[in-house]
Design a protein around this ligand. Structure first.
Ligand code: UDP
Length: 450
């Protein structure tokens, strides 16, 4: 019979305060809670998760020292550096208070921290608490970002235009243009942040939101060089039936709209929580989608169109032209949307969560990556798993129209849908007694052994 965690075994989880990193950490927390652990979430004030969505956890906000200017800059690299510099003392204080106020048998069993919240490792080390790292990006991306760091240290960045379409040696099918770059800060700073995130330091293990059937060779390569166990427990959103951890309110009215659409007819469009587009790109998307004649559900996040609050800059006549054939929301219940029978394609920026969520539902993708790991994921979707098409050029309505039709109705798209469904089945096998199932169980035993 399965052994429960000793009563009160407490885990402290430290998510990085962005939607794409909060989601997998809280899913992991819900899974570990179902195995008998008590879960505390230590989080910044910035992008604080909503405690009322997770009554099973206790939440401890810590001051992050971020200035209004830093926050409004939207520069993720600068913000994450600042959090690591500012939060060490407040995190230590928070843990020390907890350790002293607790019954001795309730001591903290382990700290699980996001790779970008590496200040946590040094605090855990000072307090002699075991620690585990959570990686929320793909294994292939970690290999790609190591290549970027190496190339940068050899003085090869920025890459000249003439190199962009060449393959990166030993990283086929990645090209130089697919390496994960952050466009709002220097390669120097981004590379330094990645080096910090890569460093396992004194952590006893790595939990990875990926799985063997998608990334076998990248994982094998990483495991060969890694000194600590790696638990590939993805896709974490399938490991528990956790409540939403959305930072924005989900508009569930789009599900009623989806109910009225026919099977596999809808293209779901969402560029995640960080990407912004220009007014011109908005217009090309709007007319390209309209001309495709497919119904579409479009998430336009407030503030994601440069220069406007929400949809004020949509081209004149567009809403009248599409009528009932489109549904626009500020934020969607994405997992529910992707699992809806009406959704036949996903136009995505290819964040790792969105990619995993789409594959887990067997939905083929139209990829439009912008920065960081999105370019690597898009390349895997189109060239490795062959379940999507990448829009590579400047957005143009005619090309959008053709690509949407190719994905949604042409034979090419049908092949992609078949392969996406096959991957979905492999993921289900992995969750039900396969590699993810075993990794999750081994992780639980590993933590219980502390
Ligand atoms: N998401 C959502 N509703 C939306 C758009 C996105 O719930 O309307 C969720 C999505 O399910 C995913 C996360 O936000 O879990 C975005 O993470 P991802 O890694 O895909 O991209 P990021 O936002 O980090 O760029």
């Amino acid at each position: 019979m399965e052994k429960k965690a000793q009563s009160g075994q407490l885990l402290v989880l430290v998510p990085c305060p962005y939607q794409g990193t909060i989601n997998p950490m809280l899913k992991l927390g819900t899974f570990l809670h179902s195995k008998g652990f008590s879960i505390s979430i230590v989080h910044t004030h910035f992008n604080s998760p909503n405690p009322s969505n997770h009554p099973e956890f206790t939440f401890f906000p810590i001051p992050d020292g971020l200035t209004a200017d830093q926050i409004s800059s939207g520069n993720v690299v600068a913000i994450v550096f600042a959090i690591n510099a500012n939060c060490k003392a407040s995190f230590k204080q928070c843990l020390t208070d907890r350790v002293t106020e607790q019954e001795p048998q309730n001591k903290i069993t382990c700290i699980i921290y996001d790779e970008f919240m590496y200040f946590s490792e040094s605090v855990a080390n000072d307090l002699n608490i075991p620690r585990i790292l959570l990686r929320t990006q793909s294994a292939t991306n970690v290999i790609a970002r190591n290549a970027l760091i190496r190339l940068h240290s050899k003085g090869c960045t920025p890459f000249p235009d003439s190199m962009l379409l060449n393959s990166v040696p030993e990283l086929h099918p990645l090209r130089f243009k697919d390496l994960p770059i952050y466009i709002f800060d220097t390669v120097e700073n981004y590379s330094e942040l990645l080096t910090n995130a890569n460093n396992v330091r004194t952590s006893s293990a790595i939990i990875w939101n990926t799985l063997d059937c998608l990334e076998q060779s990248s994982l094998a390569q990483i495991k060969q060089q890694c000194q600590v166990p790696i638990f590939s427990t993805g896709p974490l959103h399938k490991a528990s039936t956790a409540a939403t951890s959305s930072l924005l309110e989900e508009d569930t009215s789009c599900v009623a709209w989806l109910d009225k659409q026919s099977h596999n007819s809808v293209i779901y469009v969402s560029l995640g929580s960080l990407v912004s587009i220009s007014e011109k790109e908005l217009a090309e998307m709007a007319w390209g989608l309209t001309k495709s004649r497919q119904p579409f559900l479009w998430v336009i996040r407030p503030g994601s169109i440069c220069g406007s609050h929400w949809i004020e800059l949509l081209p004149q006549g567009f809403l009248e032209a599409v009528g009932e054939r489109s549904c626009i929301v500020k934020w969607a219940p994405q997992m529910e949307v992707l699992s809806h029978g009406a959704v036949g394609g996903f136009w995505s920026h290819c964040g790792w969560n969105s990619t995993l969520e789409s594959i887990s539902e067997g939905v083929p993708m139209l990829c439009r990556p912008c920065f960081t790991d999105q370019t690597v994921n898009a390349r895997c979707v189109s060239e490795v798993w062959k379940i999507g098409i990448q829009l590579e050029n400047e957005l143009e309505r005619g090309e959008i129209e053709r690509t949407v039709k190719k994905l949604m109705v042409d034979d090419d798209g049908k092949g992609m849908r078949v392969r996406a469904k096959q991957l979905k089945e492999k993921i289900e096998v992995s969750m039900k007694g396969g590699s993810t199932y075993h990794s999750l169980n081994e992780l639980v035993e590993f933590i219980r052994s502390f």
